[in-house]
Design a protein around this ligand. Structure first.
Ligand code: NDP
Length: 296
């Protein structure tokens, strides 16, 4: 079997198109323009690239982008003061504080200072609790993107066996909650899991979010299973720098029914879902119907 390649780039472009359509409707019918504020503290090169890309795509979707670039030495007090201002600003519907923060800043304290209704990353403790109890919440962008791809591929996920490898608060845990919400039977695996190959071999859906290059070989994959590879790992091969996932692409693609490539799979979905969450937050703030298909 040769797996169907799940084209995350094309899927993300479709989501961005739907977001732009909804934004245009909000403007035409209600005179509202959704706004996303992104806060970057420090000069981490990867974070700078992400923030630039988020700003560009926000504007391309017709929304307002507010960028706040702060010095690495910014105090907790000053950052909390900025977040309080953004919480109170009616033009701002979504707030994202780019992680990781410099070591002297308490990430939990900062994230939990964001108004949960504007927490488009879905990391606020209230949103974590709402998701965990199956209530309407802001859903973390990367797992939301994975869920959208799985629903698009399978329609209903009900009754499927899923394994999520990784239990981070950003990817693994919310991914497991979303799959459970769609009535999958979910196994969450991590570094202490006794027999990972056996857990993966049972799964109709494998979501790998580990951060270890090509860790999952094809002979762990149940024939026909869907493989969602969240991992983004930079490796040196044949004298060149290359991006690879957590799954060994060639051997997994030879067995799986469908697979996301790296790059071009899950990666592009994350910012698309950030834009989707911003529109959703804007609609909720104004008591308007939410766009269909852009939330969990
Ligand atoms: P974390 O480092 O926070 O979590 C990694 C998880 O993998 C942990 O739960 C860890 O277990 C588990 N793990 C580590 N080694 C093993 C092992 N040998 N067997 C089984 N489980 C193991 O990573 P993130 O969740 O933040 O990110 C995971 C990957 O996804 C990274 O490559 C990251 O770059 C990528 N990523 C991609 C995004 C995108 O596409 N836009 C967004 C976010 C992340 P334990 O808890 O026991 O330590």
């Amino acid at each position: 079997m040769t797996a169907q390649i799940i084209d995350g780039k094309a899927f993300a472009a479709r989501i961005r198109g739907e977001v732009a359509t909804h934004v245009a409707r909000l403007q035409a019918d209600h005179g509202i323009t959704p706004g996303l504020a992104v806060v970057l503290v420090g000069e981490d090169p990867a974070s700078q690239v992400y923030v630039r890309s988020k700003g560009k795509q926000t504007v391309e979707a017709g929304m307002n982008s507010f960028e706040h670039k702060l010095l690495p030495s910014t105090s907790e007090e000053a950052l909390l003061e900025l977040i309080a201002r953004l919480n109170a600003d009616p033009a701002v519907h979504g707030i994202l504080v780019q992680l990781p923060l410099p070591g002297h800043l308490n990430e939990d304290l900062i994230i939990n200072a964001i108004d949960p209704a504007k927490d488009v990353d879905g990391f606020h403790i209230s949103n974590v609790g709402l998701l965990g109890t199956g209530q309407k919440s802001m859903v973390p962008c990367t797992p939301l993107g994975c869920l959208m791809m799985l629903r698009d591929l399978h329609g209903s996920l009900s009754g499927m066996d899923a394994v999520v490898i990784g239990r981070s608060n950003i990817v693994g845990k919310p991914m497991a909650q979303l799959l459970l919400g769609d009535s999958c039977t979910v196994t969450i695996a991590h570094s202490r899991t006794k027999d990972l190959p056996e857990a993966v071999r049972r799964a109709d859906i494998v979501v790998a979010a580990v951060g270890r290059p090509e860790m999952v070989p094809g002979d762990w994959i149940k024939p026909g299973a869907t493989v969602i590879d969240v991992g983004i790992n930079r490796i040196e091969r044949d004298g060149k720098t290359k991006l690879v996932g957590d799954c060994d692409y060639d051997s997994c693609a030879a067995v799986a029914g469908a697979i996301t490539p790296v790059p071009g799979g899950v990666g592009p979905m994350t910012i698309a879902c950030l834009l989707a969450n911003t529109v959703t937050a804007c609609c909720r703030a104004h008591g308007l119907p939410e766009p269909e298909g852009l939330t969990a």
